[in-house]
Write a protein that binds this ligand. Structure first.
Ligand code: AMP
Length: 113
């Protein structure tokens, strides 16, 4: 169920503009608005799940799909051979700012840490 005050729900609902890199029934991929690398995309769940730690066993296929699609868009962005990072920020100390599950896809430069 979408949340009116959620930026990613608003992107999914087309209430705010974004370049859609990929979309299917389960996920949407957009460029990060403040990219931390030459390639920085977000694989966003269509369903409003606030935080990765709230996933249930029934969500296992969805999270597997997020990684599958992340690999696909990384290949399309031509960072598959040089490598890339997939990361979930979980909660405050994990650096999560937007409370709607998303997987970061970062590449196009040597990443530190
Ligand atoms: P996190 O810190 O894991 O919650 O990451 C949230 C990410 O969403 C940040 O990297 C933001 O730059 C990004 N972001 C916030 N608003 C938008 C937007 N409207 N379109 C694309 N990316 C966004």
């Amino acid at each position: 169920m979408e949340q009116n005050d959620c930026v990613f729900c608003n992107i999914i609902e087309r209430s705010i503009p974004a370049k859609i890199i990929y979309e299917d029934d389960d996920v949407l991929v957009v460029p990060d608005i403040l990219p931390k690398a030459p390639v920085h995309m977000l694989v966003i769940t269509k369903r409003h799940i606030p935080i990765v730690s709230s996933m249930t066993e029934a969500d296992e296929p969805l999270f597997g799909k997020m990684i599958f699609i992340a690999n696909k868009v990384a290949k399309d962005a031509e960072v598959d051979e040089t490598g890339y990072r997939l990361s979930f920020n979980v909660g405050r100390e994990g650096g999560q700012v937007v409370p709607h599950v998303h997987l970061h896809v970062l590449g196009g430069k040597q990443l530190s840490e």
